[in-house]
Design a protein around this ligand. Structure first.
Ligand SMILES: [Zn+2]
Length: 169
């Protein structure tokens, strides 16, 4: 989509530098699309933090990003928030599981990884992203997933109902 929009803008401009190659997808196009989506998710979840960091101001103490050495960094043409993990100081892009795009990302990862447990999904996604509320959202995904349900044949219908309505931690 991003590539399409950029090509459309080029084709309407008077600059005739557009070549045939610009219509094929390459690694940088995919990276740019990914960063565009990350920024969209961050704008939805951390608008105040983006505003503060963009103006070289401190993040408020009440923010989830406080104390994580957050900065704005340019990736593939988009300025996104980068934070450092509290445990190993790894640089990650913070997201919130309350955002619809992040929910879709977790759902996709859950399916890509063959419906594996929440901790493993978080461990793999956590190499690049710090997702607040990921565990709770992954447990919700598991509860609603028919494949996960079928992989637990030992549960009776009553036990499954209890599992589905159990309080999330
Ligand atoms: Zn599943």
């Amino acid at each position: 989509m991003l590539k399409f929009v950029r090509n459309a803008r080029k084709s309407t401009s008077t600059d005739e530098t557009t070549t045939f190659d610009s219509h094929t997808l390459c690694f940088s196009d995919i990276q740019a699309a990914k960063m565009c989506l990350i920024l969209q998710q961050q704008k939805e979840s951390f608008p105040v933090e983006i505003d503060a960091l963009s103006h070289n101001k401190q993040i408020q103490h009440s923010s989830k990003l406080w104390g994580l050495c957050s900065t704005m960094k340019r990736h593939a043409g988009f300025n996104v928030i980068e934070s450092r993990g509290r445990v190993d100081s790894r640089v990650m892009m913070p997201l919130s599981a309350k955002c619809q795009l992040t929910k879709l990302m977790l759902q996709t990862k859950h399916e890509e990884l063959n419906h594996i447990g929440a901790s493993t999904v978080i461990g793999i996604i956590g190499q690049n992203h710090l997702i607040f509320g990921a565990k709770k959202e992954l447990k919700r995904i598991q509860r609603l997933c028919t494949t996960c349900r079928e992989s637990m044949p030992t549960l009776s219908n009553r036990e499954w109902e209890c599992f589905q309505t159990a309080e999330l931690c």
